[in-house]
Design a protein around this ligand. Sequence first.
Ligand code: ATP
Ligand code: MG
Length: 367
Amino acid sequence: MAKVKLENITRQFDRLIAIEDISFEVPDGQFWVLVGPSGCGKSTILRTIAGLDSATSGQLYIDDTLVNDLPARQRDVAMVFQNYALYPHMSVADNLAFGLRMRNVDKAQINGRVQEVARALNIEHLLKRKPKQLSGGQQQRVALGRAIARQPKVFLLDEPLSNLDAQLRDDTRAELKQLHDRVGITTIYVTHDQIEAMTLADRLVVLNEGKIQQIGSPQAIYAQPANRMVAAFLGSPPMNILPATFADGNFRLHHQSIPVPEIIKQQLKPDRGQNFELGIRPEHIFTASTHSTSEQTASVIVEIDLIEPLGKEILVRANLPDSNLVVNFSTPAQWQGKKGDRLSVELDLAHLFVFEPDRGQTLYPIY
Ligand SMILES: Nc1ncnc2c1ncn2[C@@H]1O[C@H](COP(=O)(O)OP(=O)(O)OP(=O)(O)O)[C@@H](O)[C@H]1O
Ligand SMILES: [Mg+2]
């Protein structure tokens, strides 16, 4: 087991800076998740830790040893790639056993490990097959199994569940979490799926355009996003972001106004005409049938644009009339509304976020 530390890691490809000044330290045994939109540099960070790519500058430590110049095979890390490559001529069982054979582990022990991993990932019935006789999702589980079987110092997993169907993804995710609780190998996991990120992580590292936006526990980041990007990235459906202008004690949203809560006024001391962006999560918007229990709400009129029934609830996309400001919210399954309806919804102002409109820094709440 090991801790992993990145210090000011930058990787540049010609003129493109893929990752910039990345620093974080994963303590021994923890499960960290790198999350962010496509192209933000997640795989580049993972490949750099694995030794498959080298940093342009910065230091990388595994257990206090500087490993920048240590070849990949000497780092004792196991990586599952985004495009998992299995050994095509070997059976599933041999693929799983490969890493252990390379280390001269004895045969009985290898067989035991292979069975155990295959059982955990539900691929026991596939052990005799070759990779080309497997579906994409099955291959992905074998790739994951190959890494797990080896019990390295560090696991590096790059979107290891992306090819599984929804049910299998949920099951395998739970299995991974239990496995980590059992063996406690330091894990760095890459995903752009925010549900995976929220459910698996001890700590999240949120990335955008090659830079770290925020590091923290999933709950802390959800409750206190550092900026608009983080706020809008975590949460499904995403947080609503609405441009607003301050005047006469109100935020003006297009042609409507909502009162600015006293605490926000005190903290921001807004000037007349000053622009902001307001953030409100869909779960903090209520209709007549759901009613908020909050004491601080404000009503706005919206026009229904799209209705998406999910079974247990309905997602509604609406807009402020005659504007392109979108408001997403959810309602109970029995709600009856249709496209084009205008209705009043309540915003729970106790859960209002305020962002600086240019760079998107969170102005409120600041903890
Ligand atoms: N070998 C390379 N040469 C040039 N540019 C590269 C190379 N590898 C990655 N990049 C660029 O670096 C940036 C980060 O890529 P990276 O693969 O790390 O993103 P990612 O966060 O893993 O994205 P995704 O979620 O799509 O897998 C991208 O703009 C990508 O085009
Ligand atoms: Mg990637």
